[in-house]
Design a protein around this ligand. Structure first.
Ligand SMILES: Cc1cc2nc3c(=O)[nH]c(=O)nc-3n(C[C@H](O)[C@H](O)[C@H](O)COP(=O)(O)OP(=O)(O)OC[C@H]3O[C@@H](n4cnc5c(N)ncnc54)[C@H](O)[C@@H]3O)c2cc1C
Ligand code: FES
Ligand code: FES
Length: 494
């Protein structure tokens, strides 16, 4: 184990000896490096003012992803390339995105501007790799995690279209091979072990090593993407005295496919899962792309989403409908657990001391399955669910032979609707049967009133979502999702 981290920064390898485990990348940049271009707005991953690009190697390729520097701990940068707003100019020239933002008056007070430019730069790099045309939806998705209170976004969207039509590349694109070799040279082979001011931090590179550490330090905080955990430091001002970071373990980030289904390592991010979600079911993507923002989905992992056991976590109801099975591992043993048995009560899961989530298995849906899920929140993007309903019925000769209905936001844990399911099982697949079974939802759930919605609202919407499921399944030819992006509109700001 080593007590130093290395990452590429400003064209050279930056070595930080014994970095403070709770120090965020944002605070390191602003307070230690005087790099104040990256701003702090909210310190909780919401506003995007702190957006930076982190490049890391995936199957030998360097991929850059926008993330929130305010909720990323510095030691987790080991073996990566960090790019901030100060890096974008080359040969005294602004990057095409910066030029276009000036040209289109995309900045007023300027506070959000560095984050916005970095988010667009992330998309710019992605598009330069894929060589496909730019769509309005891609711009909106890229900007969903960047709040601007001044411009109204019109000028920023115009700037994006303009910049992406430029043929000029910046230094990042030109130097990609050389940079890939440099990042390869600092790839962490040994794990990191830090003991700074009595704060312990471990970043093992193998699962076996991680399990040994979890056994030795059962009270340590397991850290994956940090999009939940880091807020304990930045908002509650807690000190995390023992951290075991799982993000350097390749095995946990892997996805494999067999005839039976898909096995996703617990460290697979939402962005990674979106890349294969179509194979699992075409309706999955619509819900996955409503999780947080691009920055949050690039960092947040599926294991972290399940383990935090939030009643409004978006993934668990979907995984319940898909009959997902968790593999839980200790140093000595491994056990399988259907996901619905993982949640016991608010804040309590079936995870035992010394155990972590290794992977999630998602079986293939049979051909006679119908599945859909709906997230309801106050804002379309970057918002936590008021409730989320996931529905699945397997139908044989007009009879429902299997039914799973699961909701988030309706109980203290993500939970199946047992009574409603019973009312549907072995019944004909019909609107009348569904309407009558929907009445059972009031026996399944006693939701609470909170700032996201009243109990009455939640109960009513749950019934409506089941009705919506029927309408969509019965009328697949009718478009049922609002399409803001007609196919023929490529550039409505030209
Ligand atoms: C701005 C913002 C927006 C968000 N929007 C959404 C949203 O729309 N929908 C949604 O569902 N969530 C949302 N979240 C919450 C969060 O992003 C997700 O829950 C995310 O999936 C957590 O994963 P992580 O890797 O970041 O977890 P971490 O923060 O690293 O960890 C979360 C918890 O899981 C534990 N843990 C992590 N990995 C493992 C493992 N392998 N085994 C056992 N325990 C483990 C940790 O100890 C911790 O208790 C949002 C968060 C923010 C900050
Ligand atoms: S400061 Fe707001 S997202 Fe980081
Ligand atoms: S320009 Fe002021 S917040 Fe965006």
């Amino acid at each position: 184990m080593k007590d130093v981290i290395q990452f590429l920064f400003r064209g050279r390898i930056e070595e930080v000896i014994q970095p403070l485990p709770n120090l965020t990348v944002l605070n390191w940049l602003r307070e230690r490096k005087g790099a104040t271009g990256t701003k702090e707005g909210c310190a909780e991953g919401d506003c995007g003012a702190c957006t930076v690009l982190v490049g890391s190697l995936h199957s030998g390729k360097l991929e850059y992803r926008p993330v929130n520097a305010c909720i990323r701990f510095l030691p987790t940068l080991d073996g990566t390339h960090l790019i901030t707003i100060e890096d974008l100019m080359s040969d005294e020239l602004l990057h095409p995105i910066q030029e276009a933002m000036v040209e289109h008056h995309g900045s007023q007070c300027g506070f959000c501007t560095p984050g916005i430019i970095i988010s667009l730069f992330g998309l710019y790099l992605e598009k330069s790799r894929s060589n496909t045309g730019l769509t309005r939806k891609e711009i909106d998705d890229a900007l969903a995690g960047n709040l601007c209170r001044c411009t109204g976004y019109g000028s920023i969207v115009s700037a994006a279209y303009d910049a992406f039509s430029s043929k000029r590349s910046g230094w990042v694109e030109k130097n990609i091979q050389e940079t890939t070799s440099l990042v390869e040279s600092i790839r962490p082979k040994k794990g990191v072990a830090l003991d700074v001011h009595h704060q312990l931090y471990f970043a093992p590179t193998t699962l076996e090593h991680a399990l040994g550490l979890v056994k030795a330090y059962p009270d340590a905080t397991l850290l994956s993407g940090g999009t939940d955990i880091a807020l304990q430091v930045t908002k509650r001002f807690d000190r995390l005295d023992k951290i075991i970071y799982l993000g350097q373990i390749e095995h946990l980030k892997s996805i494999s496919k067999s005839n039976e289904g898909w096995t996703l390592g617990s460290g697979v991010t939402f962005s990674q899962m979106m890349g294969i979600s179509d194979q699992i079911h075409p309706h999955l993507l619509a819900t996955l792309e409503r999780v947080g923002s691009v920055q949050i989905r690039n960092a947040g992992t599926i294991g972290g989403n399940i383990a935090n056991a939030s009643p409004v976590g978006d993934l668990s109801p979907l995984l319940m409908c898909l009959n997902a099975v968790l593999t839980l591992r200790t140093n000595e043993a491994s056990r399988k657990l259907p996901i619905e048995e993982f949640f016991i009560e608010y804040g309590k899961t079936a995870l035992r001391s010394g155990e972590l989530i290794e992977s999630i298995f998602i079986p293939r849906l049979p051909a006679n399955s119908r599945f859909s899920s709906y997230k309801v929140s106050k804002r379309h993007d970057q918002d936590i669910s008021t409730l989320l309903g996931a529905f699945r019925v397997d139908i044989d000769q007009g009879i429902i032979i299997k039914v799973i209905i699961a909701f988030g936001g309706m109980a203290e844990i993500p939970k199946r609707a047992d009574n409603c399911e019973q009312a549907l099982h072995q019944q004909p697949w019909s609107q009348a049967i569904l309407a009558s079974a929907a009445e059972q939802l009031s026996n399944d759930y006693s939701p609470i009133d909170d700032f996201r919605g009243s109990a009455k609202y939640r109960s009513r919407v749950a019934v409506n979502l089941l009705h919506r499921f029927w309408l969509e399944q019965a009328n697949p030819e009718i478009p049922h999702r609002i399409n803001y992006y007609p196919d023929n509109i490529v550039n409505d700001h030209a």
